[in-house]
Each structure stands twice: as C-alpha cells, then as structure tokens.
Design a protein around this ligand. Sequence first.
Ligand code: ACO
Length: 431
Amino acid sequence: MDMTNKTATLSFEGKTLDLPILKPTHGPDVIDIRKLYETGDVFTYDPGFTSTAACESTITFIDGDKGELLYRGYPIEQLADKSHYLEVCYLLLYGELPNAAQIEDFEGRVTKHTMVHEQMHNFFRGFRRDSHPMATMVGVVGAMSAFYHDSLDINDAWQREVAAIRMIAKLPTIAAMAYKYSIGQPFVYPKNTLDYAGNFLHMCFAVPCEDYVVEPALAKAMDRIMTLHADHEQNASTSTVRLAGSSGANPFACIAAGIACLWGPAHGGANQACLEMLREIGTVDKIPEAIRRAKDKNDPFRLMGFGHRVYKNFDPRAKVMKESADEVLDLLGFHNNPTLQVAKELERIALDDDYFVSKKLYPNVDFYSGIILEAMGFPTSMFTPIFAVSRTVGWISQWKEMIADPTQKIGRPRQLYIGAARRDYVDVAAR
Ligand code: ACO
C-alpha cells in the first residue's frame, strides 16, 4: 500500500493523534486508523461500513459517482463487449488477461472439473422438492468440504488453486441440479464439448428423452450476464466470504457463507424480487401507484432493482443488461413483452421524479437481468442461483487474495455497547 506524506489530525479530550493517509490507485484517500485504539483508546463507529475500507485489494474498482466498474483496471463495458466469462475469470483470479495458451489451459482445467462426486446426487435427494434452489445450494456447496478433502488445506497454495477451479467448474452443475431436482426432472450431466454458459443452459434445459440444442445467441447472453456479475469489490456477500475465510475456514464453507448472504432481497435476491414486482405492477397505468408507494416513508415497499450503496449514478452493468434484454427478447420473438414495457416505463418515470433524482437512485444490475432470464425460460427462483454461479469467481479471487496476504488477520469488528451496565445476579425468588 502507498503512504502519502499527509496525515489526518484527530483531536478529542485533550489528545491529538496524527493518522497516516493512504493513497489508492483510484478512489478517495484512506485514513489509516489501525493504531487508533492502541494510541487513543477509542473505537470508530460505522455500522454498514459506509465509510470504512476493511481490506486492501487489487481486483475490482467502482467509481460510484461516475458509474464506472473496472475488473483489474479494465472497464466492464469493454469486457462485456469483447471478452467472455472464462477469460474474465482468469483475469480476476490471476490479475492479467491470458494469452492464447494460458486461456486454453485454464478452460481445459475448468472443463475437466465440471462433474460432481457421484455420491453428491444422494445428498441432493435429501432436500424437499419444493426447496428454494438457493437453500439447496447453501447446503450442497458447504457439503463440498465433505467430498473434496484434497483441497481443504488453505496453507497450501496448490490446494487453494484446486479448490478455486473446482468451485468455478462445479457451481453451474450444482445450480442446474438444484433446479432439476426442484422440478422433478433427472439430473443432466455436464457436456464438456459445450462452452461454460452453453453447458449451463444444457444442464438446466435438456432432458434425456430428446435432443436439446443450445442456441448460440442465448449462450452468449448468458455468458454476458455471468461476466457482468463476476465481481463487485467489497459487497455484502464478498465481505462475508472474507470474514468467514479470515478465521481459516475452508474455501467451500466460505463460499457457502457468501451464497447465504447473497440470498437476501437487498443483495442478490433483488433480481427475483424485481421481476416479481414488475409482474405485480403488470401494466404501465399501475406505475404511478408503485412510485407513490416507493416514496411513502410509512410503506416498506421499495422499487426493487433501484438504488445502490456505491453507485450514485447509472450502474454500468444495468446499461449493458438493458441492451441485452432488447436483443434476447427480439431473438425469442417477445417483441412486446409486457414486463419489459413496464420496466422501461418505470425507469423513465422514476428517473424523472424528484425523489429518485435527489436521492441518486438509478436502476442497478438486477433491474433488467430477471427479464432476460425469464425470457430464456428460467423460473424466478433460479435468478439468484445464477447470480451465485457468476459471482463464485469474484468470491474465490477475493478469498485467495486475502489468504495470500501475509498481514491478514481474523476479522473482528468492535462495538458500541449500549446494553445494561454491570449488575449483580438476582436469585429467582427475589425477581
Ligand atoms: N426505492 C425507494 N427508496 C429507496 C430505494 C428504493 N429502491 N433505495 C433506497 N431508497 C431510499 C431510502 O428509503 C433512503 O431514503 P431516506 O434517506 O429518506 O431514508 C435513501 O434512499 C437511501 O437508502 P438506504 O437504504 O439508506 O441506502 P443503502 O445504501 O443502505 O441501500 C440498497 C442500498 C439496499 C441497494 C437499497 O437501495 C435498496 O434496498 N434497493 C432495492 C433492492 C435492490 O435492488 N438491491 C440490489 C442491490 S445491487 C446488488 O446487490 C446486485
């Protein structure tokens, strides 16, 4: 990390502390408060980490005001346009774009790990048929640590590498199995002649009794959805993975923790919640009522797919996703898809409304992704699992970065205790 010559001075209760200021490649300077408690006997208070950098990282950068997202320095729009998901995985994991031999080797390694241990099939069968696929995924991914004992030693760089490849390769298989199980269809084994996204579509939509041909344009759209979701710096699920990993927990347990966090409607669950909201609004004439409810402080209703902790401008991923929605719906012949019409009109009205403008609430990545996934044939319950599949590479890259950092410590926040003051135990008869 780069130090600046600058310091921040903090004065309180007659003490004056000079705090070093660190210089990032991009983004605001960071005041280093690591010695604050030791030297000043105070904590800082920042629930939700709105002003706190919890780690240093070289992977992803977001400029929320400009609406910019960079993976290892490359703008997301360029990657979505020119690259493909497995190349982006390589970039996130290893820091540089691969040359031709490197990508061939990487794709080969991922492809050879796509099957899951056969005994895992029995494990799936223990879930109720109506389980949400995210519930199944949290359980099954956590259980990978019971199946792959040779990639659990976090102090062995090779085992960390194998765990990373296994997860990138097997998460699509696990998500597709969770889906197949929930609809009572047989599991479809991976097909290694297909590309990553095409194989995922195949495992979700093929059945043994007839041929399923992957439509290349849909595989490309799926690949793009995966690319757009691959990483997003220190979001809630990534921070969960880092925190779980900071104790030395095995990588499969850490990714399962990330999946659990992603499930919430304020995070990855928003894509499901957004499509359900758009369907509930149903027609363009109902939009004003939805806007009125979203603005009402006494109504818990929020416009799902709108707003973001970091972006105070357009989420650049939403722009790409909107273009993809048009392309995919055209391709599938849904020219006048009512949900897309509602989404576009809702976006137009909200972006013209003082409440949303003044609070800088713009569509996020989830606003259009559900429309594409629904058009491809996925039920809403699969939206968040697809997000989890795509984000696995981000989680594992961040986890690997953390484990390899010699200064890494267990994550252990402090608190502002506001409970009862010390008091003596009272015997039950005297209460
Ligand atoms: N609809 C209506 N009002 C909103 C919305 C929304 N979607 N989002 C934020 N606001 C309002 C809040 O009521 C608050 O108003 P106030 O200042 O008058 O109290 C203000 O905007 C700031 O909102 P916070 O919740 O404090 O912002 P925070 O950064 O904590 O939350 C979040 C960000 C969770 C994404 C929020 O915007 C939200 O709930 N959006 C809907 C869910 C969603 O789409 N999540 C996906 C996020 S992207 C991702 O995970 C892939």
